[in-house]
Design a protein around this ligand. Sequence first.
Ligand code: ADP
Length: 594
Amino acid sequence: MKDNVIFKVYKYFLPSAWKRYKGYFVIRLLRLIVNTITPFVPILMMPRIVDELLGNRDVNRLITYVLVIILSEYVLGILNGLFGNILERYSLKFENHYTSLMSARIMEVDFQLTEDKKALDQIELAKNGMSWYSGGLNGIVEPLFNMATALFTVAGVVVIIAGQAPLILLITLVLLVLSAALNKRMNEIEQKQYADLSKINRVFSYMGWELTDFRYGKDIRLYGAKEMMLNKWRNYSDMFVGMWGDLSHKLISLRLLLMIVDVIRDFGIYFYVGVLAIFGKITIGVTTQMFTAAGTFYNSMRNLVMGYQDLYKRANYANEYVKFMDYPAAIQKGTKPVGEGPHTFEFKNMSFSYPGSDVEVLKNINLTLTPGEHLSIVGLNGAGKTTLVKLLCRLYDPTEGAIYMDGVDIREYDYEQYMNVFAPVFQDFKLFAFSMKENVLIQDESTPEHEREVAEVLDKVGLTEKLATLSKGMDTYVFKHFEEDGIEPSGGEQQKIAIARALHKNAPVVILDEPTAALDPMAEYEIYRQFNDLVDERTAIYISHRLSSCQFCDRIAVFSDKEIKEYGTHAELVNKKNGIYAEMFAAQAQYYQV
Ligand code: ADP
């Protein structure tokens, strides 16, 4: 089981890392050689110096020995530092690389997962798991090389010790088993704590970063939310500090035991080697050699065991990243290519409940949308209008029944190609803190041709006058995150930019899901009417609870109580006796006439 995680993580990271960063592995190998040689310089030279001092006292020889020690330690030390620097730089590169891969994955996971608590927790675990908890790729590769270094060093010192004072090996091994067991326990405690901390970290990043975003500013001030925020922050902060406190409390007695084990080992070895020396079994030079070699043997064996434990721990953290990157898809994806439009859509006996909820939001929907048709969906808040559009765009899959495009279940189509069929503007659309042009194009490189296209759609939605007032025109940044002179567009202007983006996508089906809710009814009517002219031949779906915006549509579907209660043209529905539409229309007509 243990090896599985290490194996799995290595299998995931190493092949691509080797391809991309060969230099890193070469430097790791060179550092392995340097680190393996380093401890042997004093082990091999010290007994010669001591025996020379007690014997012939040849000054030239002594100077040579000392020079060998000093020079080789100096050179090896420099190389080690140099390699360490290079590896650190690689480590930063890895961090950027794997973070960007993860961001890309976050943006492409099934939309449904962005509302799924388990998936959100997994993202947090993955972020932390791949950064400081595991040390990233460098962090999971390093222990392997440390273990290899330790293994070679152990082999060397065993040869040196076995011939002179073999009991050292036994004493060291027995006490090493004890300290390894203590270490294992410490790692287990740390890891358990890590899982609990991830939730708190998520809360912290919400409070610390997102809430300081000035767009929350208005609500926080006007509702006096500061106290609530700070109190929540304090509570979580107390929990956080408490957890770290608990952790160090649990670890302290184990650390003490570890120190005792070390003392017993040192005592045993000094006693044994001392006895050998007193009885003349080994020379004084060899005695010093045995002390140094025993230390190296112990450290290397410890590095070997701890390297393994460290690797196991880091692999587990990094595995959280692997788990997220391989997170199971929430919806089924087909391979069928999407043909050229125009398309016909059909909802057949379709029902839907949101994942994790038993409440049916839509019930037995049957509806057909023919090519070029302009359909208006109306109904009270919460009637399921937006949900229907989300299902059509495949942000969710139906719970029962199905949706068909050109007679084929939409689940069978290639997902990305299918997504390209739609240009929706949702109620909660978001503009990016990039330039207006980039917001429309959704790409950061543009040609003069692109700029003409953008100018054209911005003109169509009525932003030309606004553009004329901006010194940087369409290159003006939306919001001030990146640029001091970014603009803070009004609600209506933001909607216009979002609509321009939808128009520019030039998709066969456009959807307006009440993006105009912030506007007054007349302005909304105007935008819908203009939009209707702009989308022209394309299929269009309009959602609004203001009926004035439906009149120019071919068909109207009235949603109420999870179902389509009425369906027909404006003329048919408006005169229907006791009809929902007729009643709503009459009620709204009191407030404004169009
Ligand atoms: P409408 O667009 O007609 O106002 P919606 O389609 O947004 O209605 O919502 C229909 C119902 O589904 C509402 O009761 C709403 O609370 C519920 N709902 C909407 N989104 C979710 C969600 N992500 N998870 C669970 N329930 C949801």
